[in-house]
Design a protein around this ligand. Sequence first.
Ligand SMILES: [Zn+2]
Ligand SMILES: [Zn+2]
Length: 130
Amino acid sequence: MRYSQQRDLILQSIRAVDTHPNAQDILTMVQSNFPTISMGTIYRNLSQLVNNKLILELTFNGVSHYDGNIYDHQHFYCTQCKSIIDCNITSSNILKKFLKSTKHDAQNCQILFSGTCHDCKSKPKKEIAC
Ligand SMILES: [Zn+2]
Ligand SMILES: [Zn+2]
């Protein structure tokens, strides 16, 4: 892969956050340095980064999100604030169980937990405030 300043900036921007941005978020992040960068350039660079395993692509609700943390971990999706949060759970045990109970050759395992995150859970309910 030839060095590209734009791709490097895209990679650094994704690594700098743990919010799992989508392509639109990444465009906004990179535009402060490259105001003329196009969505097409973003998509092309993102697919190169994914193919070279420098970032992960996660698909939630049909939308691709990008993750600079390429180590084995799972995700929690908060249905209230819509945030995607890293969970430090490795998939190796789950993969082992899968391989034992099926004949399929699974190599990856992506689990999405969902519900209410800690922040949303501890927020006081709006109707109580007066
Ligand atoms: Zn939340
Ligand atoms: Zn993650």
